[in-house]
Design a protein around this ligand. Sequence first.
Ligand code: FE2
Length: 255
Amino acid sequence: MFESIFKRDVSSNETHVLDLTVDVHAHILPQLDDGPVDIEQSIEIIKEMYAMGYRKIIATPHVMSGYYNNTPENILQSLQTLRNVLKSRNIPIELEAAAEYYLEDELFRLIERREVLTFGGSKKHLLFEASFITKASYILEAVIKIKQAGYTPVLAHPERYVNLNDVEVINRLAFNGALFQVNIGSLTGYYSKQVQEVAELLINKKLIAFLGSDCHSLAQLESIKQAFKLKTFKEATQLNILNNTLMEKKATIFA
Ligand SMILES: [Fe+2]
């Protein structure tokens, strides 16, 4: 029943591509951050993402001390509740959870205590973001520390940081083990023209490991659908990005 409804939606949607079935960056757990305010909003977003072609979503709520004090426990609890509702409504999408960690001292305390949620199974991909005006040297230091702790640092939306608009700086991060997750919406100029240009640069230099929606709301999915039509999006999906390799793997809990 559900399949037939969404097959119609999908087939009528010219933006639909099967090249990208896994999202690795989405704020879809209710009431944990600046994403959906209740579970019905979560369901609406997920249904739309399913119609767009996604078959697995890794939910990544913000973790930022003082603002979003999420823990593995409350994130996984929320994940389970949402999974149960999806199941009861026959929405056949795979859902996992990790987090989007804000780069701050507290992150390293969490890492030391192994109280972080990662994705990609044994690869232990740790998604992190920083203030948009953070110095490149601070991000580099974080990449090295995360790597040394046994995790794979995945920098969320590298194209959005004002100090990472230089190939040399970006290459240095990559050389030290950083993987880059570009926001799909960046390709449309959703954030700004400059952000779009850096996203395109990352594609040209084949430096993208993951594409992410960074979706917080149903409305935001519109820019993602627009991006699906772009040549740059198609080029990005042809770069052996890792999204679809995550279809079978389970998120690591207390990695
Ligand atoms: Fe995010």
